[in-house]
Write a protein of this length. Structure first.
Length: 187
């Protein structure tokens, strides 16, 4: 009985390689199994099919095991990623709450609160103090009314304040008279 598939197919031991330059004859059933006992060939083929089936089953089982491990690993990784994302969201929410709490205590506007920088209450308080010293805080309704009154008085004292100046070289009266003349309008 042959010891290897090469011995079975070639009819000689596997170590006997053909000399260089010798071409093998075309493989046919007759040339492959010439002079062999047909029962032995059938037994070898049956054994080869059994081994092939076992190898296929083994590789399928290995692939299923690898897929199961990947699925398990992926689920664990997904859970770890979700936990990390939740921790980041919680940290961000806590910092935002602290930022708005400091802003409320210091009398800052919502926009000023969003600009506060720091990760602790002390850092946020210090930044709020700097922001207040440089830009001021939220105005009370009385302060807003006083600023509006000052703006109104400034407009009364200088009626051209906030208006577009006339083009240089044009006198409003001469322009008006030219238009009246062109349109035949009398005073």
């Amino acid at each position: 009985m042959p010891d290897s598939a090469a011995e079975l197919l070639l009819g000689k031991p596997a170590g006997d390689a053909p000399p260089a330059g010798d071409a093998l004859p075309p493989a046919t059933w007759e040339t492959l199994f010439a002079g062999k006992d047909p029962a032995a060939v059938a037994a070898e083929l049956a054994q080869a099919k059994t081994w092939e089936a076992q190898a296929t089953a083994g590789s399928t089982a290995a692939a299923e095991l690898a897929a199961l491990r990947d699925t398990t690993r992926s689920a664990e990784q997904k859970r770890a990623d979700a936990e990390a994302a939740n921790a980041r969201k919680l940290s961000t929410a806590e910092l935002t709450g602290l930022r708005y709490s400091v802003a409320l205590d210091k009398g800052l506007t919502r926009g000023q609160a969003a600009r506060l920088v720091g990760s602790t209450e002390a850092e946020l308080m210090a930044d709020a103090d700097v922001l207040l010293s440089e830009f001021g805080g939220k105005q009370t309704p009385e302060e807003i009314a006083a600023a509006a009154e000052l703006a109104r008085r400034a407009n009364l004292q200088n009626p051209t304040l906030g208006k577009t100046p006339a083009a240089p070289g044009l006198n409003e009266d001469s322009l008006l008279n030219a238009l009246k003349g062109a349109l035949n309008i009398s005073d």
